[in-house]
Design a protein. Structure first.
Length: 143
């Protein structure tokens, strides 16, 4: 049985829950930084997915110089995997980037994160800089 997922801009009251959830999953991985994650959650455009009122995930977006929007973080909360949350957040990020008149949507994916690399490839992203593990999606231009 599928449940409706709501995706909305994050509020100040969401910050602690977003940070604690991401930290619980990723803090033991190389490259984790409390400071960096907090800076992203506070400074980026962050959109929160909720399923039946529970945090299901979030996506954090920033604008790069030029015409690119960068996905700094895309997180699906434990227990919400394989339910379309990641695809919904990615589609929301794509819509946001198009509305912002960006030409590209980009994300850096670690080389050893094969599931994420496969997810982005299936979603239309292509690797453009192997050394940086940069993937991008060319966005349609509006009128």
């Amino acid at each position: 049985m599928a449940f409706a997922v709501e995706i909305v801009p994050r509020s100040e009251t969401d910050l602690p829950e977003l940070f604690v959830s991401a930290r619980a999953v990723f803090a033991d991985l190389p490259g984790w930084s409390d400071e960096r994650v907090l800076a992203v959650l506070r400074g980026d455009e962050v959109f929160v997915a909720r399923e039946r009122g529970q945090l299901a995930g979030f996506v954090a977006l920033s604008r790069e110089e030029g015409d690119a929007i960068v996905i700094d973080q895309l997180f699906v909360a434990p227990g919400h995997e394989r339910r379309g949350i990641g695809h919904g957040l990615l589609a929301y990020a794509e819509g946001y980037a198009i509305a912002e008149r960006a030409r590209l949507l980009q994300i850096v994916v670690e080389e050893d994160n094969r599931p994420a690399r496969s997810f982005y490839r299936r979603s239309g992203f292509v690797p453009v800089e192997e050394e940086l593990e940069l993937f991008e999606l060319v966005l349609p231009r509006g009128p």
